[in-house]
Ligand binder design. Structure first.
Ligand SMILES: Nc1ncnc2c1ncn2[C@@H]1O[C@H](COP(=O)(O)OP(=O)(O)OP(=O)(O)O)[C@@H](O)[C@H]1O
Ligand SMILES: [Mg+2]
Length: 211
């Protein structure tokens, strides 16, 4: 289902620079005339933030199917309560992760059936698709080293094996689909932001005021 606003998603493996890029893009967007609604997954509503705590901060075992449904529950709530209303109001929504994360982590990482995850995503979002998904490509190991250098407190998923994270990195590099644009996340933050901004403007030149 389409909506009048524009939905931009940033995706990529752990430590690939998603949150840094989202902050930079939000400033560019505001400077070009449209302050975005910024969201991160999982999270963004009180229910989704509770799910985030259960999924990321807690040190308990979660079965792959339970994990999928928790991510989907958070996504459904965020989509219904924040993303769709913002798009309907004509806003630009800028998201740190969305459905592609489940396709990568739950299918490639956990080994769940692709059809199950795709159906779950469709149910959670009502079929909402990003207009553009910026995919940050990074070789295995680089993101972990960045997180370590920054002293990040590793969450439950960060603490998965290096084999798990290597599969995730490879899957992001290989993924293709409507609206997906791959960016070289080995670039430093400023040229990466430049490349991302060009991709966003190229997709919808009508939206942005020229500086
Ligand atoms: N383009 C870049 N080049 C080098 N280092 C970067 C770049 N972008 C971000 N960093 C640094 O790498 C670390 C991870 O960046 P960031 O938190 O933006 O990544 P992330 O993908 O959001 O990570 P997470 O998966 O933990 O949420 C931070 O210390 C950040 O300052
Ligand atoms: Mg982040």
């Amino acid at each position: 289902m389409s909506a009048p606003g524009s939905f931009v998603v940033v995706e990529g493996p752990e430590g690939s620079g998603k949150s840094t890029l989202v902050r930079g893009l939000a400033l560019r967007m505001a400077a070009a005339g449209r302050e975005p609604v910024v969201v991160r997954e999982p999270g963004g509503t009180s229910v989704a933030e509770s799910v985030r705590t259960a999924l990321l901060e807690a040190d308990h075992a979660v079965s792959p199917v339970a994990e999928l449904f928790l991510f989907l529950a958070a996504r459904a709530d965020l989509t219904a309560q924040v993303i769709r209303p913002a798009l309907t109001a004509g806003r630009v929504v800028l998201a740190d992760r969305f459905t592609l994360s489940s396709e990568i982590y739950q299918v490639v990482g956990r080994g769940l059936d692709r059809a199950l995850v795709m159906a779950g995503n469709a149910a959670a979002t009502g079929g909402l698709q990003p207009e553009i998904t910026l995919v940050l490509d990074l070789p295995p190991g680089v993101g972990r080293r960045r997180q370590e250098a920054a002293g990040k407190a590793l969450d439950r998923l960060d603490r998965e094996s290096s084999a798990f994270h290597d599969r995730i990195c490879d899957a992001y590099v290989a993924v293709t689909g409507p609206g997906m644009v791959h960016l070289d996340a080995t670039l430093s933050a400023e040229p990466l932001l430049e490349a991302a901004w060009h991709a966003v403007v190229d997709r919808r030149p009508d939206l942005w005021r020229k500086s």
